[in-house]
Design a binder for this molecule. Structure first.
Ligand code: COA
Length: 171
């Protein structure tokens, strides 16, 4: 039987303090610095899921809801949200942790696609993923639509070939 893994097996948590050289002119964490951290965190989750080398195929979505100030403690948590044949979607949640006030603010999220590759950069099959929590199930269900959207936007799929998004583009 093909191997099935849980989302929690790919959980990756990275905690950093925002240093002055990582900030913009408003002394908040520079967006590009955060994107690099998110990509690193997500790639570790992807590698943990498939036990292979992985490459970023697409950054499907990133939102910036709340600024992260200099000196802030930034916590990134990522997990595989769905595995396909050789590719997998990884969800990254970013939190601003204030241990003095005892508060944690959800500042950002990002959705990435990684592909498992062999030593010749050729895509290879990966284990499937079974969601457990309510959030994992919601993200798992929506991942098929996001995959199709990403493939259409990157010119790898014709809208009429899409199962879930055909109506959005073709009707
Ligand atoms: C990603 C890469 C390995 C795909 O190789 P390919 O020969 O085009 O392989 P395929 O067309 O078979 O695609 C492989 C999988 O990736 C998925 N995929 C490829 N591009 C995608 C995109 N933009 N969005 C979503 N999924 C994508 C395909 O749907 C397929 O998924 P599946 O097997 O799970 O159904 C190749 O394009 C590559 O090496 N890109 C550069 C990666 C890189 O350097 N990243 C770092 C950037 S700094």
């Amino acid at each position: 039987m093909a191997q099935i893994k849980k989302a929690s097996e790919s959980l990756t948590v990275m905690t950093n303090i925002v240093l002055p050289n990582e900030t913009n002119s408003l002394r908040n964490l520079f967006g590009g610095e955060l994107l690099a951290k998110m990509d690193r965190c997500a790639s570790i989750s992807a590698a943990r899921h498939c036990a292979r080398r992985v490459v970023t195929a697409s950054v499907n979505h990133v939102s910036f809801k709340h600024p992260i100030p200099e000196g802030g403690i930034v916590v990134l948590e990522s997990k595989v949200s769905r595995a396909f044949s050789t590719s997998m979607e990884v969800y990254v949640d970013v939190w601003l942790d204030d241990p003095i006030a005892g508060k944690k603010i959800h500042t950002n999220e990002g959705i990435y696609t990684f592909v498992a590759v062999d030593e010749y950069n050729k895509p290879v099959p990966i284990p499937q993923m079974e969601p457990e929590t309510e959030t994992e199930k919601l993200r798992f269900d929506a991942a098929q639509r996001r995959k199709e959207l990403s493939l259409i936007l990157s010119g790898r799929m014709k809208p009429q070939e899409s199962v879930e998004l055909k109506k959005l583009f073709c009707d």
